[in-house]
Structures are given as C-alpha cells and as structure tokens.
Design a protein around this ligand. Structure first.
Ligand code: ADP
Ligand code: MG
Length: 301
C-alpha cells in the first residue's frame, strides 16, 4: 500500500513541476515568484493559486471602477504572502477600496432606523438644485450649520409638503454634512420605529428609546403617516420631545401634514379623542422647530 502511495506522489510531483515550468514562461508569473524568493520545490505547490493572484492583479491594471470590480472579493486582490517556507493567500483591499472606506468613515456617526439606502447616502453635492422652492431650505441649512458649530442655540425644522418632494433626502444630506464634522445623528422612520419599539419591550426597548431621546440630532421622519395610539403619542413621542426640548437638542420632522393637520391626526386614537394631548405635542414641536414647506414634483420612480 505504501509503495503505491509513493508512486502516486512521484507522478504528482512530476506533474506539478511541469505545470510550474510552463507557467514560468509567462514573464509576469516569473516576476511574481521571483519577488516571493522561495525555492522552486515550494513554489511548484502553488502554481494555480499564483496564477489566480496574477489574474486579479491584471484585473486591477484594467480596473473599470470599484463598483464593477471583477475580482472574487470586490475591491480586494488575492495576494500570496510568504510565511516561512510556505505561502498563504489573502484578499487584500485595493487602494480604491481603502479610499472609499475612508470617505465613508463619517457614517459611523449616523444611525438609520428603516431609512432607504439612497436617502441615507444623500449629500448636498448630489442634491437637485433645479427647484427654487428649495432655496429657503438651503438658506436655513447654512444658518443651522454655522450656528450649531458655533454652539449657538438652534431650532430644528418641521418640513412639511407633498409626497416624494425630497424632504427626507434634504435632511439626510444635512446630517451627512454634519457627520463629517463628527456630529452624531439618527434618522428614524417614525411609523417603523413604533413597530420596532413595540416588538422590543422584552429586549432592547430602553436602549433604543434612550438613544433616540438623547442623540445630538434627530429626524423623526414621516410623522403623521402612522396610526396614532395613546401609547405612541403619550409614552413615546411626548417624552422624547419633552426631553429634547429641555436639553435643547435639535429635532427635525418631515411630514405630509401641516402642523394644523398633524394636530387633528394626533387627537384621535382608538381610545377616544384628546385635543388637549394633541395640542401639547404640537406645542412642543413648535418650540423645537422652525416650519418650512416643500411642495414640489414627486421625485420617486
Ligand atoms: P419625501 O421625503 O418628500 O417623500 P424623499 O426625500 O423620499 O421625498 O425623496 C424622493 C426620492 O427622490 C428619493 O428616492 C430621493 O433619493 C430622491 N431625491 C429627493 N430629493 C433629492 C435631491 N435633492 N437630490 C437627489 N435626489 C433626490
Ligand atoms: Mg420622506
């Protein structure tokens, strides 16, 4: 039995050597193995892996873009790394990948609760400027950034207006701008937050609730789109707004409803009508914000 194994091994080695010898005819392969500075006896075991590395390096030389990187692991290059008398193979990040990673480092400052990706990546640079109706909003943003960075007391924004006009996008762009200056924020799709909080009573309810209450900048997105319950109004929204008012933490809202309409919306729950409680919430929103409107064409596809 042992004898047979030895014979098989010998023929294998012959095959490996011949495969390796052929590969050496490729000057790029030769250059790659020369740099590794290992004996041929070791290198013959890795011919196809090294060829894979070369293929990936070749892809990099003709890099179409990071997005359409053809390598096995996007933005990475399979690389042979010497480990004593053997080789290890690792996927190392390419320059473009590292650059992009750095340019997104600010993202750690923003927490999104159910906000679509295109919106969470919003930026002033990419924002449409084709609509004069946005000018007062950009003016407000400029003042907000200046004042906030100079530690002045600032009010958030109650941005109401038509569906798809870009309300959420614009506030996300503002938060991204400030995240680059290391300011933390949260974008919270309000109807979904309520569902999430409801299902986390037994788990991390407190952690989530406190995070939203205390985060330096908060967007409560699409308020008024949910079914109001006395719990969501009096146990969630009320305490969040109360705390943020007392601590002077800028709070933003987007809504398809004007404040007047929101008040009506908040007054009716399945437990009955409470105009006083709804009014109290709206009063807090008024204290926390400046109101602007964005009625424009629907940009959603
Ligand atoms: P709203 O919150 O008013 O309903 P969104 O902010 O969700 O509207 O915007 C609708 C769509 O239009 C989104 O897909 C968003 O990416 C795009 N969009 C909106 N405003 C802009 C903008 N200023 N620049 C680029 N894309 C935008
Ligand atoms: Mg929106």
């Amino acid at each position: 039995m042992r004898k047979v194994n030895t014979i098989v091994k010998k023929t294998d080695i012959v095959k490996l050597k011949s495969y390796y010898g052929e590969a050496l005819n490729n000057p790029l392969f030769k250059e790659y193995v020369d740099k590794l500075d290992l004996s041929d006896d070791v290198l013959i075991n890795y011919t196809s892996n090294i060829e894979d590395c070369l293929k990936e390096e070749e892809n990099c030389k003709n890099c179409p873009s990071l997005k359409s990187c053809p390598n096995t692991l996007k933005g990475h290059v399979l690389t042979a790394i010497k480990d004593n008398d053997a080789l290890n193979f690792s996927y190392l990040p390419c320059k473009k990948f590292i650059k992009e990673e750095k340019s997104y480092a600010y993202k750690k400052n923003i927490r999104c609760f159910d906000i679509p990706k295109d919106i969470s990546n919003a930026s002033f640079k990419d924002a449409y400027r084709d609509d004069n109706k946005r000018l007062p909003i950009f003016k407000y943003f400029k003042e907000f950034i200046d004042d906030y960075l100079n530690k002045k007391q600032v009010k958030g924004l109650y941005l109401s207006g038509s569906f798809g006009s870009g309300k959420t996008y614009l506030i996300a762009a503002l938060f991204n701008e400030l995240a680059k200056k290391d300011i933390s924020s949260a974008l919270v799709y309000y109807p979904e937050l309520l569902r999430t909080l409801k299902s986390s009573f037994q788990t991390d309810y407190e952690e989530k609730f406190n995070y939203i209450k205390t985060v330096p900048l908060l967007l409560i997105d699409d308020i008024g789109a949910e079914n109001t319950t006395s719990w969501s109004r009096d146990e969630v929204l009320g305490p969040i707004l109360q705390y943020r008012m007392e601590e002077e933490l800028p709070t933003f809202f987007t809504s398809n409803l004007t404040l007047k309409e929101l008040e009506t919306n908040l007054s009716t729950t399945s437990d009955g009508v409470s105009k006083v409680k709804a009014k109290r919430i709206v009063e807090r929103i008024k204290q926390l914000t400046t109101s602007l409107e964005l009625v424009s064409k629907n940009r959603r596809n």
